[in-house]
Ligand binder design. Structure first.
Ligand SMILES: NC(=O)c1ccc[n+]([C@@H]2O[C@H](COP(=O)([O-])OP(=O)(O)OC[C@H]3O[C@@H](n4cnc5c(N)ncnc54)[C@H](OP(=O)(O)O)[C@@H]3O)[C@@H](O)[C@H]2O)c1
Length: 234
């Protein structure tokens, strides 16, 4: 491994989209640091940190290890999230708190700590993974889509705060992925409801998301920031 290779932090790499992203970037010349609560197998080029991003202590340890072992950071992808279907009327405050901690507060903290490791003279990127449920205000996604709406607003505000740096901040508002992650656990009724209201009539192949991430990570995307880009969405 060369110290010249860019380093990406991806949260939630034990399965689903995060795992695909980690393997893809590792095979595209990135050094990748992945984090998740459960043990995970990783592709060559992915260094796995076992920890809970909603825990301040774990996040501190993660960033200290990136500083010590990698010595640099070039991109942070806030991918990890939790989702529990529940009507607002019966959502427990503990479930709301967990969703906000994992899906919003942790990405906020990841962004803050990443900025300290980004190099001033190098381009750096923050990518936040959001959801079509924000746009559709889908019934039963209260805690989840409120947390993702916050993540989209963080994207817009932070992009402006970083206007004099070489860091871009963007969000991907994902429609259902084709047979991957949370999409597998959603009911057929919800999936069909979302698809019927989306600009694309099929679930999104993961390769399209990898393509968009490559585009946002590219040096040539330096002038694209503060955007929420829907893929397969509305
Ligand atoms: N799949 C879809 O169709 C779809 C659609 C729209 C948006 N999205 C978004 O895409 C992203 C990836 O979703 P996915 O479908 O791949 O989800 P997934 O299969 O449930 O994977 C979520 C990942 O996040 C990790 N994670 C969750 N809580 C964590 C915590 N507190 N600390 C560390 N890691 C944690 C999980 O690992 P551990 O459990 O091991 O910690 C897992 O690796 C999410 O932001 C999701 O909201 C997905």
């Amino acid at each position: 491994m060369s110290a010249e290779e860019p380093v990406a932090l991806i949260t939630g790499t034990s399965r689903g989209l995060g795992r695909e992203l980690a393997n893809h970037l590792a095979s595209s010349g990135w050094r990748v640091v992945g984090v998740a609560r459960s043990a995970q197998s990783a592709a060559p080029g992915v260094r796995v940190f076992k920890g809970d991003i909603s825990d301040e202590g774990d996040l501190g340890d993660l960033f200290r290890s990136i500083g010590r072992i990698e010595g640099r950071l070039d991109a942070a992808i806030n991918n990890a999230a939790i989702s529990d279907a529940s009507l607002v009327a019966i959502t427990r405050s503990a479930a709301l708190e967990s969703a906000l901690k994992t899906n919003l507060m942790a990405p906020f903290e990841v962004a803050k700590q990443s900025m300290r490791l980004f190099g001033r003279s190098r381009p750096s990127r923050i990518i936040n993974i959001s959801s079509v449920h924000v746009e559709l205000a889908t019934v039963g996604t209260g805690a989840y889509s409120v947390s993702k709406a916050g993540l989209e607003q963080l994207t817009r505000v932070l992009a402006r705060e970083l206007r004099q740096t070489r860091t871009t901040v963007n969000a991907i508002q994902l429609g259902y992925l084709d047979g991957l992650g949370m999409a597998e656990r959603a009911t057929a009724e919800t999936r069909n409801w979302v698809l019927a209201r989306s600009a694309v009539s099929e679930a999104v192949p993961v390769d399209s998301v990898l393509h968009l991430v490559d585009f946002l990570l590219s040096r040539r995307s330096a002038y694209l920031t503060g955007q929420v880009i829907a893929i397969g969405g509305v």
